[in-house]
Design a protein. Structure first.
Length: 600
């Protein structure tokens, strides 16, 4: 036997052994899940099949839709995006684009129906940017890096750059924002093929490295205070967003000043806020205003409402130049008091995306637009480990026993119908607050005590996601009778709405390392939140199961995926053709001109 045959044989044996070991572990985990199901999980999952098949219930859902949307014919748009990075010897050419498919979900008849519509010929709904980036302006940013510059080759710089994915995400958010901000034909349901709470979390960082504060944007500029005011949004005090916890207390102070239309705000103006001083001193250190400790008041240097409006205008203008106008200089901005220009960094693009998602959320609240994010693939454990682990801690159950199952949420959800055969599609979990993406029960070191904590960054800072803003769940929309053909579980991310989700939630205070937090809580499948019922019914109408590769996935998002891939296919030819432009103007000519300028 040759050496290569031995290698193949050894790999095959290793593969079989790994599969057998994994299957044995799955059998063990299934038994453990059955125990947890009988004790806990059965109260946190919902089977909608019987409910949606009942005509009386469908009439109630129609009435619910009319109450929220003020119509039973709901216009929707589904948005997906694509991106590409073309690395040449000298330049990095990037593409990021988004496409939306639109239609109407009608609940007028006995069953929900979906009808697709064409976009008007004069309306460009694709958001596409393709920009060549010179090698001397490629920024590779690392939270943990110090002031010593990194030594990277050109290839490493190109591989590490994530600018194309950030441009894609910005295109996705700006398309949703522009449609929500449009006139009478705006959608009332927006589906995005992304985690909206994930986007919100990924853009909620300390803006110390945002470079665009040096820029002049048509006579306007951004300060560090403007960045913090932007990150304090979305603001909705009726939902207690942002909340009054110890983490980022200056956000609450900004929110109160915005809602009360005041430039000077005192501690007496804010009820039940124990961290006024911490928030005020943080804002003073950022140059946002002055804190008067004697009378416990803070005076803003700029009006927070004016600041937020200015930031949104800058966001809109940059995105229009980048995506609509295809301005070749859209990735550059003029430096204040200088004739020079500088390229936007990755952090700048992420900040703009953060402005977009926050402005989109406030638009959806104001215009009653149902905003839902859908994610196909994820290896997270937010539902079982973080949320249910915290629930076990709250109910004084054995958290260690709960943590014995190391499977992902998706694996657990896809196992459950094989354990409880009464589960019929569509089915899923009761919604849980997105703050449990970070909050989790953790045992104190060297102590027999459990506390609820956030996650720690690489710098050792403890952080959390905002509560009462998004609601997450997992859904499975297709199960054959014999359970042999099933769809994958998908992750649903939904914006929470004042007067609806807060009214349906239980009163829940949880002691955390950030102080008292009050996430939205729904602990039983007996009283399902109204908007979860409506959202899942609309999703079940949109899931048509017409395509084998997209079982259990909303059909409009599959259509949008086709559109986004078509955009990418068309742009790829353009990006590849750029190689000829680089070859026609090689750097050797530039080097020759440099030699001649030195008289050599």
């Amino acid at each position: 036997m040759s050496e290569i045959s031995k290698i193949y044989g050894q790999y095959q044996t290793s593969l079989k052994n790994s599969q057998m070991e994994y299957e044995d572990r799955i059998h063990y985990y299934a038994k453990e899940i059955q125990k947890r199901h009988d004790l806990l999980l059965k109260n946190h999952i919902i089977s909608y099949s019987n409910y949606f098949s009942n005509q009386i219930n469908r009439i109630e859902l129609k009435n619910l839709a009319e109450k929220f949307f003020e119509t039973s014919d709901i216009p929707f748009v589904a948005i997906d995006a694509s991106c590409h990075k073309q690395q040449s010897s000298d330049f990095l050419s990037i593409y990021g684009g988004a496409y939306g498919s639109k239609g109407t979900v009608s609940l007028s008849s006995g069953e929900g129906k979906i009808k697709y519509q064409r976009w008007e010929m004069n309306k460009d709904v694709s958001m596409v940017a393709f920009v060549p980036i010179p090698p001397d302006v490629m920024h590779v940013e690392d939270d943990d890096s110090d002031d010593v510059p990194q030594v990277l080759s050109d290839t490493e710089v190109g591989e590490l750059s994530s600018l194309h994915t950030k441009i894609m995400q910005l295109a996705e958010i700006y398309l949703a924002y522009s449609l929500a901000n449009s006139g009478i034909d705006r959608p009332r349901l927006i589906l995005i093929d992304n985690s909206i709470s994930g986007i919100m979390g990924n853009t909620s960082f300390s803006p110390d490295r945002v470079k665009m504060i040096k820029g002049d944007f048509d006579g306007e500029s951004l300060s560090k205070a403007d960045l913090q005011i932007a990150l304090a949004h979305p603001i909705n005090l009726s939902m207690n967003v942002p909340s009054s916890k110890r983490f980022q207390p200056h956000f609450r102070l900004i929110a109160e000043a915005t809602e009360q239309s005041k430039k000077t705000i005192s501690q007496n103006d804010i009820k039940d806020f124990a961290f006024f001083k911490e928030g005020a001193t943080t804002l003073q250190d950022l140059g946002a205003g002055t804190y008067n400790e004697q009378i416990k008041s803070f005076t803003f240097q700029i009006d927070p409402r004016r600041s937020w409006s200015k930031t949104k205008v800058i966001f809109e203008n940059i995105c229009e130049k980048l995506f609509r106008d295809k301005d070749p200089n859209a990735m550059m901005y003029k430096l204040s008091n200088k004739d020079k220009q500088e390229y936007f960094t990755v952090r700048d693009i992420v900040f703009l995306t953060g402005v977009g998602i926050r402005a989109l959320i406030e638009l959806c609240w104001r215009r009653k637009i149902l905003l839902i994010g859908v994610v196909k693939d994820s290896s997270t454990k937010f539902w079982y480990r973080n949320y249910l682990g915290t629930f076990c801690h709250r109910e004084k159950q054995d958290v260690i026993d709960h943590y014995k199952i190391p499977l992902t949420d998706r694996s657990i959800i896809e196992l459950l119908p094989n354990i409880d055969t009464s589960i019929l599609a569509p089915w899923g979990t009761v919604e849980f607050d997105s703050c449990f993406m970070t909050l989790h029960a953790e045992k104190e070191a060297n102590e027999d005590k459990w506390t609820v904590k956030g996650y720690h960054t690489a710098r050792g800072l403890e952080v959390t996601r905002p509560e009462r803003l998004f609601l997450r769940s997992l859904m499975q929309f297709f199960l054959s009778e014999d359970k042999n053909i099933v769809s994958h579980a998908i992750f649903i991310d939904r914006l929470a709405y004042p007067g609806w989700d807060d009214k349906d939630a239980l009163e829940f205070n949880i002691e955390t390392s950030f102080g008292i937090m009050k996430p939205l809580l729904y602990t039983s499948n007996e009283k399902i939140p109204r908007l979860q019922l409506l959202s899942m019914y609309l999703m079940s109408v949109l899931v048509r199961n017409h395509f084998p590769e997209a079982l259990g996935y909303p059909d409009p998002l599959h259509q949008a995926d086709w559109g986004a891939k078509s955009l990418k296919k068309n742009v790829l030819g353009l990006l590849k053709s750029s190689e000829w432009a680089f070859k026609s103007r090689p750097l050797s000519k530039t080097f020759r001109n440099i030699r001649e300028s030195f008289g050599r």
